[in-house]
Design a protein around this ligand. Structure first.
Ligand SMILES: NC(=O)c1ccc[n+]([C@@H]2O[C@H](COP(=O)([O-])OP(=O)(O)OC[C@H]3O[C@@H](n4cnc5c(N)ncnc54)[C@H](OP(=O)(O)O)[C@@H]3O)[C@@H](O)[C@H]2O)c1
Length: 238
């Protein structure tokens, strides 16, 4: 295994869209045998067709504890696991209902925690979590999202100790143009992306492949563990 993904078994939870799909596609192109999992069987099938390279797909809701545990007990052998599951809609302190807030924490934070608990990962392998730069730059309109991301980054550091020698890292994206904003009105979305491209130091909006590149590096660099890597076009310093 080592620095190459050739012949390795890679699982991407949340691999049917956006950052997860780009990661799965890049890992398959690098010679890994890839499995993607998410809730929608249509999205999983489309992702498997897109990835090619005999990718496998699993329909799985990671908020279902027993289904997640059963999945890992019947699929015990992973070299690299990536958790790129998105939370639900975000909102400000008084806009987001408490059930939605709990649901977001459940989908994003607890999926990562449970995956670390249930997954069996090869000693030379890795676990990569996806957080987000709101962990460092709170936004009042996505308050909880920042807290979830900060909790994930802390979890990643702790897991690097708890799961050693398996390496555990977190990638923390800035604004990335993915289907996560599919429900946003097109004009609002365009204005937001245009503004980001005009003001970010990188003078562009991030693409899912930008984050996938970083995740592949974290998977294959044998001296990286306990790190949080920001892929944010300079969003944190602007
Ligand atoms: N895009 C950005 O600007 C950005 C910025 C910072 C951080 N991030 C983080 O990056 C991660 C990936 O985001 P993305 O932009 O790639 O979003 P995306 O395109 O919406 O992909 C999210 C993936 O999560 C899956 N998913 C959601 N809930 C699930 C559940 N309960 N069980 C299993 N799978 C589930 C979705 O598939 P199903 O619908 O089929 O379940 C989908 O495959 C998220 O954690 C997000 O918060 C994104």
């Amino acid at each position: 295994m080592g620095r190459s993904l050739k012949g390795s078994h890679v699982l991407v939870l949340g691999g049917s869209s956006g950052i997860g799909l780009a990661t799965a596609t890049a890992a398959a192109a690098a010679g890994a045998s890839v499995t993607v999992a998410s809730r929608s069987s249509e999205k999983v099938s489309a992702a498997v067709a897109h990835i090619g390279h005999a990718a496998a797909g699993v329909t799985l809701d990671t908020t279902n504890d027993s289904a997640l545990e059963a999945f890992f007990s019947t699929h015990p052998d992973w070299d690299h696991v990536v958790v790129s599951v998105a939370a639900g809609r975000s909102g400000g302190l008084r806009d987001l209902s408490l059930p939605d807030a709990y649901g977001n924490m459940n989908a994003k934070f607890w999926t990562a925690y449970k995956t670390a608990r249930f997954a069996r990962i090869a000693p030379e392998g890795s676990l990569t979590l996806v957080s987000g730069f709101l962990s460092q730059r709170p936004n009042k309109d996505a308050l909880l999202q920042g807290c979830i991301n900060a909790a994930l980054e802390s979890l990643g550091r702790g897991l690097a100790l708890a799961l050693s020698p398996v390496r555990v890292n977190t990638v923390s994206p800035g604004l990335i143009d993915t289907p996560i904003r599919a429900a946003m009105p097109a004009d609002k979305k365009k204005a937001m992306l245009d503004h980001a491209a005009a003001t970010l130091p990188a003078r562009r909006v991030g693409q899912a492949d930008d984050v996938a590149d970083a995740i592949l590096m974290l998977m294959t660099n044998p001296f990286m563990t306990g790190s949080t890597l920001f892929i944010d076009g300079g969003g944190m310093i602007s």
